[in-house]
Design a protein around this ligand. Structure first.
Ligand SMILES: Cc1cc2nc3c(=O)[nH]c(=O)nc-3n(C[C@H](O)[C@H](O)[C@H](O)COP(=O)(O)OP(=O)(O)OC[C@H]3O[C@@H](n4cnc5c(N)ncnc54)[C@H](O)[C@@H]3O)c2cc1C
Ligand code: FES
Length: 266
């Protein structure tokens, strides 16, 4: 974990309320693992006193990429930052995905992202592309869920990384009509080999809860990344605890990635 001031290389609007931030941060980029996050300080301006956590979207060539959605004061302030300015960040933080599981067996990795939850999954797909056994010809399957076609994120990025991509939208404007968890259940019920898979997911809590329930039913191992509200982000305040089968765990320290069947879903 390092605290440092890093230069913004670009901070551009991708679509709708979604932005892509690129930071020059070779040390953090070198250490980062898929599923980890950084905590960004946005100054003491009104409503943005605490640092804000963001998943590492990509980390390569000395650059750290963040994909974010403007939802409130902090992310609005972030969207106003310009190339050449500096940002104070702490990272990489937390415990990421254990993707070696997929590298050492022949099970299909299925990545499930809902909304901005796809952000950490591209970094994971990039690492999986390097470590899956080429002879097994396994291509990660990525399921992306969103409200509508315009809000589908990163489909091209995943395809460029050699993944198969399927989408689900609430209004049916792209791919399967319905929730991404319904698409997942449909695939499981129609193609037996999807049951021989490992699931990696990030998205809204109800989506993760549903996914955990389906995976439990089919006995499929699943790792989920929780995006709980955080205060300190560095293991000092207990503001982010979740209930697990082994007691309370801090999302910023023991998480954000947990085994889905460890969480006590309420
Ligand atoms: C480990 C982790 C990784 C994250 N990665 C990303 C990412 O890659 N991209 C991204 O856009 N966002 C990510 N988030 C969520 C992001 O931190 C929040 O959206 C951000 O802090 C909101 O700040 P704000 O001041 O703009 O909004 P606020 O004014 O604090 O809140 C605005 C609205 O957003 C809701 N909100 C705030 N924080 C969260 C949260 N953590 N989860 C759900 N709802 C929230 C509030 O309830 C409120 O309705 C992540 C969160 C965590 C904990
Ligand atoms: S946010 Fe403070 S301990 Fe996790």
């Amino acid at each position: 974990m390092i605290q440092l001031k890093v230069k913004i290389l670009y901070n551009r609007r991708e679509k709708e309320d979604y932005y892509h931030l690129s930071l020059l941060a070779p040390k953090v980029a070198r250490e980062a693992l898929p599923g980890q996050f950084v905590n960004i300080w946005l100054g003491r301006e009104d409503g943005a006193f605490l640092r804000r956590p963001f998943s590492i979207h990509r980390a390569k060539e000395g650059q750290l990429h963040i994909l974010y959605k403007v939802v409130g004061r902090g992310t609005e302030l972030l969207s106003q930052r310009k190339a050449g300015e500096t940002l104070d960040i702490i990272g990489p933080l937390g415990h990421g995905f254990d993707y070696q599981l997929s590298a050492t067996n022949y099970q299909l990795p299925i990545l499930v992202g809902g909304g901005i939850g796809v952000a950490p999954l591209t970094f994971l797909a990039e690492r999986l592309a390097c470590c899956l056994r080429p002879a097994a010809r396994i291509k990660p399957l990525v399921l992306i869920g969103a409200k509508n076609k315009k809000q589908i994120l990163c489909a091209q990025e995943f395809r460029a990384l050699g993944c198969q991509v399927k989408t689900a939208t609430d209004d049916g404007s792209s791919g399967f009509k319905g929730r991404v968890t319904d698409l997942f259940s449909y695939l499981l019920s129609t193609f037996l080999n999807y049951k021989l898979s490992t699931i990696y997911a990030c998205g809204p809590r109800p989506m993760l809860k549903e996914l955990a329930s389906v995976c439990g039913k089919y006995n499929i191992p699943a790792q989920i990344s929780l995006e709980e509200h955080m205060a300190c982000g560095i293991n000092a305040c207990l503001g982010c605890v979740v209930e697990t089968k082994n007691g309370y765990s801090r999302v910023c320290k023991e998480g954000p990635v947990f085994a889905a069947d460890d969480i006590i879903w309420r």
